[in-house]
Design a protein around this ligand. Structure first.
Ligand code: ZN
Length: 159
């Protein structure tokens, strides 16, 4: 059956950014998602539509259809007293900070003694994504999966 709204799709993928491989699902189980429910990035979801089990394809996804553009105003200087992560901080390290909207994960740009410069952008914000996709299985969703809006079992949610 071709992938359509409410299909449960299991797939393997390789993700390259700027020619460099950053993720590969082939060492583990395939990923499973419920099609048409915004469970994966929009560009990948629309590329999946109509494909069938056993198909392989490659697709290039612009930032606007992936994790969005990089925002310069997501870079901030934070006082150390708002940093929840203990220990020495290193550039590139993901840490938790307290914000007015609650705890949030950011990445360290430049650690200091009393303040730290951080970046709250998604690590793949602004990136054009190149996916090699292998569709492993396509099946209809169960009533329970549709009610929850996500896949249960292998590659999906375990309650
Ligand atoms: Zn559920």
């Amino acid at each position: 059956m071709p992938i359509d709204k409410d299909s449960v799709v299991s797939f393997h993928y390789r993700l390259r950014v700027d020619g460099e491989q950053v993720e590969d699902s082939h060492e583990g189980e395939p990923l499973a998602y419920l099609h048409g429910h915004g469970n994966i990035i929009p560009g990948l979801e629309s590329a999946m539509a109509g494909k069938e089990a056993g198909e392989n394809f490659s697709t290039t996804i612009a930032p606007e259809m992936a994790y969005g553009p990089r925002r310069e105003d997501a870079v901030a200087r934070v006082q150390m007293k708002h940093v929840l992560t203990k220990g020495r901080l290193a550039p590139g390290q993901p840490i938790m900070v307290n914000t007015e909207h609650g705890p949030r994960q950011v990445r360290v740009l430049k650690p200091g003694k009393f303040v730290v410069d951080v970046d709250a952008n998604h690590p793949m914000a602004g990136a054009t994504l190149n996916f090699d996709i292998e569709i492993v299985e396509v099946r209809a969703a169960s009533a329970e999966e549709l009610a929850h809006g996500h896949v249960h079992g292998a590659g999906g949610h375990h309650h």
